[in-house]
Write a protein that binds this ligand. Structure first.
Ligand code: NDP
Length: 335
């Protein structure tokens, strides 16, 4: 498998071959000391947002309405980050923060009013919603033309048919990252662990559309490691800290870690971060926890060819792609 794009050329055959001969275990190899490549995403996320900003500076008026219900602190942070990104790129935003006691009917009314407003291009309802509200009914109430999260069945269906319009932001961002780093997709064995509507399923569709041979794994998959070890490209979105270990990874594979989990136990931090544990323990001392993905980073570093870091990887692209989707919604509605 060869990976190339402009100056970022990487010979992946060499990566795989080198690792398969054991050079990845820290010994000097034919191509020098082997080092896993961290797929940092900050630069690409900034570039995506700059491109959106350039178009808006050119005179396009774009508005995103973000709706949040209840007091979930993580949701509050996510929405705040999205609003901040809107400010950065020049998208006008509205933040509708509703109380925990909001009923499904009230939320449906708000969605209907946002659907009807000509000045609103994108509607984002932050999930999860309080238990008393039927999430599916709310998602289905959003006008598919304003569904910038890409969760509406019309948009999910179009994606499944190979005619995507709005694609969920996280898998869309992953595709941008793979393309930006010249990772070959056509014909490779790709494995997606997790089958959620927002990450796993759309991810598998996008990879299939680009001619990867795709396997989807989930909690009932038998002998997960035997399946994931066949993958040249492994995408993990399960929500379990450091669950994917060295034994799950094919030597030289490109590993995309979508997970965002908090760990605070010092033994767990040491087991996950190896030589970087002390730095992470400082974060725990300061903030009470540190973020880790679904992949054990120190074990993956011994086997994988490339790995997205957590934080600093996929998460940054999710917000950038929301900006891109919102811009596209405005463009499409004005066509
Ligand atoms: P969900 O909980 O909706 O789905 C989890 C999936 O993982 C399910 O399909 C489940 O299988 C599968 N799974 C759970 N345990 C195992 C296991 N032991 N072996 C194999 N499969 C398993 O999660 P999401 O997709 O919403 O999120 C996944 C992770 O990604 C979370 O950590 C989340 O925080 C993070 N995330 C990060 C984003 C970002 O921007 N970086 C954006 C969205 C999510 P089954 O279907 O059988 O139950």
């Amino acid at each position: 498998m060869s990976l190339q794009k402009g100056t970022k050329s990487i010979d992946h055959n060499l990566v795989i071959a080198d690792r398969q001969f054991g050079a990845w275990k820290g010994r000097k190899s034919a191509i020098g000391n082997f080092k896993m490549i961290k797929l940092e995403a900050a630069e690409l996320a900034a570039k995506i947002k700059e491109d959106v900003k350039a178009e808006i500076d050119g005179g396009l008026r774009v508005c995103l309405a973000a709706v949040r219900v209840g007091d979930d602190p993580a949701s509050a942070v996510y929405v705040r980050n999205k609003i901040r990104a809107c400010e950065e790129v020049g998208i006008r935003s509205e933040h509708h923060a509703l109380t925990e006691s909001t009923s499904g009917a009230e939320l449906l009314d708000l969605v209907a009013s946002l659907n009807a407003r000509d000045d609103v291009d994108g509607i984002l309802v932050q999930l999860p919603l309080p238990r008393a509200i039927n999430e599916t009914a709310i998602i289905e109430a959003i006008n598919p033309a304003k569904d910038v999260d890409g969760f509406h069945p019309v948009n999910a269906g179009k994606l499944a048919m190979g005619r995507p319009v709005f694609v969920p932001c996280t898998p869309a961002g992953i595709m941008e990252l793979l393309d930006d780093r010249g990772v070959e997709i056509r014909g490779v064995n790709a494995c997606v662990v997790g089958r959620s509507q927002i990450v796993g399923r759309p991810m598998a569709q996008l990879l299939l559309q680009r001619d990867a041979t795709v396997t989807i794994c989930h909690s009932r998959t038998r002998d997960l490691a035997a399946v994931t070890r066949t993958a040249d490209l492994l995408v993990v979105a399960i929500g379990r800290a450091g669950f994917i270990r060295g034994e799950h990874i094919k030597p030289g594979a490109v590993v995309i870690d979508v997970g965002m989990n908090k760990v605070s136990d010092s033994d767990e931090v040491r087991a996950l971060f190896g030589s970087e544990a002390e730095k992470r323990l400082e974060v725990v001392a300061k903030r009470g926890a540190t973020l880790v993905g679904d992949v054990n980073p120190s074990e993956a570093a011994e086997v994988a060819g490339m790995l997205t870091p957590v934080p600093g990887g996929v998460g940054l692209l999710t917000v950038a792609m929301l900006m891109k989707n919102t811009l596209n919604a405005a463009r499409l509605r004005r066509q």
